[in-house]
Design a protein around this ligand. Structure first.
Ligand SMILES: [Zn+2]
Length: 140
């Protein structure tokens, strides 16, 4: 059976046994590092009850390999993405940027809170000592 589709003849096969060796699926081509050409046929795959699209192997083209410049750009983007979710405190990399607040992870934020509380307590105690005559001790 032949079906006319967008001015291209699409052959229909009812099982893989009927498919000539010239054809391959998109997955097969991709696994061989190839990009499929135009759609040339369909085959009904009984096991998955689905239609698999088939392409001529000789019309497939090699997948473009990224240039050194493209690879550098990808690497740069990846590094920026990691830096974006790295804690400024202990340099821990979070799974998501939203795990950071003000550039810090929850552990570092808690540490910062404790440090601030400690320094406020020390300021208050030194103020009491410096101005001990301003205070009356009612009980000891
Ligand atoms: Zn941290």
């Amino acid at each position: 059976m032949r079906v006319e589709q967008a001015n291209v003849d699409i052959q229909q096969f009812s099982s893989w046994r009927e498919v000539p060796e010239r054809f391959a699926s998109k997955t097969t081509l991709r696994n061989q590092g190839l990009v499929p050409g135009p759609l040339r046929a369909n085959v009904y795959q009984r096991s998955s009850k689905s239609i698999i699209e088939l392409y001529y192997i000789d019309e497939a083209t090699p997948r473009k390999v990224a240039t050194e410049k493209q690879m550098a750009a990808i690497e740069k983007a990846r590094a920026a993405q990691i830096a974006n979710r790295t804690c400024a405190g202990f340099k821990a990399v979070m799974n998501r940027k939203r795990d950071l607040s003000g550039g810090l992870c929850s552990y570092c934020r808690h540490e910062l809170f404790l440090d601030n509380a400690k320094s406020r307590a020390l300021q208050r105690m030194s103020h009491w000592i410096q101005h001990k005559n301003d205070y009356a001790v009612l009980e000891q």
